[in-house]
Design a protein around this ligand. Sequence first.
Ligand code: HEC
Length: 147
Amino acid sequence: MSFSLLRPIAAALTFLCLLPAQADETVRIKVEMPPAAASALREEMLMKLQAIYQVEAALAAGKPADAVEFVERHLGMGAMGQHATLPLEARPGRYLPETMHAIGRQSHRHGSELSAALKADDRPRIDAALRDVTATCIACHSSYRLH
Ligand code: HEC
């Protein structure tokens, strides 16, 4: 993705984070996909949440590097294409609206920055990357839903 497209997305993310939580059914766009794809997406989400926990646990233990691999695999670029071997109707990516997909890609980029920051044991960089990853969770969740 080009930088010209990234800038408005970054602006939108910042804007969304400043809004009070507004995640009711009238605001969020319903994304249609077959049950198999929805199930794959939900599984992916649970791993994302677990990855956030891994970061917090590693930081609390004073061992940021412990979370590097898990974060890259489930939040970073390493998570992209993880459904490529599934049947077509089980691949959530192909059912996402373009803006939602772009938020997802942005999330993976921030995830890889987070894993690099953890590896470098650079606390301010870790904090910033964790903030940026979480901003993409919020941005997507407050704009899209499956139910
Ligand atoms: C590109 C969009 C997108 C991004 C980015 C995203 N999510 Fe999700 N997430 C969804 C959608 C869509 C659902 C399904 C909501 C529904 O059930 O209507 C979901 C559901 C979930 C669920 C519930 C899973 C279940 O079992 O039902 C969890 C937990 C979750 N996300 C965590 C996260 C975390 C943590 C992040 C950030 C690290 C994140 N998500 C980033 C789109 C996204």
